[in-house]
Design a protein. Structure first.
Length: 317
């Protein structure tokens, strides 16, 4: 992986969501001269949402793309070196750590902040793309507010789906929970919450095969007991369709060196962004199976930059 033209830096940040940009703001202000690679989706998951109304400091709300542009500009203002490029390979066996960008360029870094985020899983039906931003969402906390007094469906049977269904039930008139099996995988307490919420209707053994609507989602085509002799087509009228079938943390290239849980979330030392590799930190959704909010990601990005600064001064670099 290494060659004589490797670029050497003190702080490399991978990822450009709230965690990456916040780390860049703090690391620049601490004179670490950070280099940040934006990754596959510059601006991260928030660029796919419309209005963000729960990020403190914006009483009128702000669009996801605008928020991310603001964070980027703030990092640039303090001198962060923000570049297009995707980290494709890593060698974290010894410091300085090596990260290959776009399969070619190798960066050697004393500290590494992994802020590569997570990607919501989708069913893979074409209508999810067709109605993206027009009634399809993978984040109830972000978009639920737009469905006050409306009818929505949540797909999934795990804790996230149950939590999102209960959350949406507090806003919407009616919530369908579409579950492919005959039971919920969620914890008992979450299941009870779902069953005790009068405006949630659980549709067990239902699969979604399509969505319909003129200028946005107006309904979903479902199949009950798909593949069985008594399978049945069912259409439901809905205004919003929420995916809650899990997230995939973007941690694959770090797995040879960094510990992850069974889903792939990077394990950090509790209460810190430190990994077991000295000088390597993880911030934001890639290390957070629980909160997954822009503000919590920004908070851990800040922590990671402060940790990087302290680590560099400890090792005298
Ligand atoms: P899970 O992997 O636990 O659940 C995913 C759900 O989506 C399952 O019900 C699964 O169905 C369903 N699913 C997956 N693919 C499809 C598909 N193609 N079509 C239809 N349904 C599909 O993910 P979660 O995000 O719910 O939870 C992740 C982790 O986070 C878990 O460990 C969970 O306990 C934890 N968590 C805890 C919370 C809490 O304690 N408050 C809140 C949120 C999450 P099937 O069951 O058939 O496989």
């Amino acid at each position: 992986m290494s060659n004589s033209t490797n670029e050497k830096v003190r702080c490399l940040i991978i990822g450009s969501g709230p965690a990456g940009y916040t780390a860049a703001i703090y690391a620049s202000r601490a004179n670490l001269s950070p280099v940040l690679y934006e990754g596959i989706q510059p601006g991260g998951q928030l660029t796919t949402t419309t209005e963000v109304e729960n990020f403190p400091g914006y009483p009128e709300g702000i669009t996801g793309p605008e928020l991310m542009e603001d964070l980027k500009q703030q990092a640039l203002r303090f001198g962060a070196d923000i570049r297009f490029g995707i980290a494709t390979e890593t060698d974290l066996s010894a410091a300085p750590y090596k990260v290959t960008i776009d399969g070619e360029k190798v960066i050697e870094t004393e500290t590494l902040i992994i802020a590569t985020g997570a990607t919501a899983k989708y069913l893979g039906i074409p209508d999810e793309q067709k109605y993206a931003g027009m009634g399809v969402s993978a984040c109830a906390t972000c978009d639920g507010f737009f469905y006050r007094k409306k009818v929505v469906a949540v797909v999934g049977g795990g804790d996230t789906a149950c939590e999102e269904a209960v959350y949406l039930a507090g806003l919407a008139k009616q919530v369908y929970l579409i579950v492919r099996k005959s039971y919920l995988r969620a914890s008992k307490v979450m299941q009870e919450r779902v069953f005790n919420t009068p405006n949630i209707m659980v549709l067990f053994e239902h699969n979604t095969i399509g969505l319909f609507g003129e200028n946005g989602v107006e309904g979903a085509h479902l199949v009950k007991r798909m593949g069985e002799s008594d399978e049945e087509k069912v259409d439901i009228a809905i205004d919003g369709f929420f995916l809650a079938i899990g997230h995939k943390p973007n941690s694959d290239i770090f797995k040879p060196w960094i510990e992850t849980d069974e889903v792939g979330y990077i394990k950090t030392i509790p209460g810190t962004p430190r990994t077991k590799v000295a000088g390597v930190f993880a911030a934001g959704d890639v290390a957070d199976p629980h909160y997954r909010q822009a503000i919590t990601a920004a908070g851990t990005g800040c922590q990671a930059a402060i940790e990087a600064e302290r680590y560099l001064s400890e090792i005298g670099k």
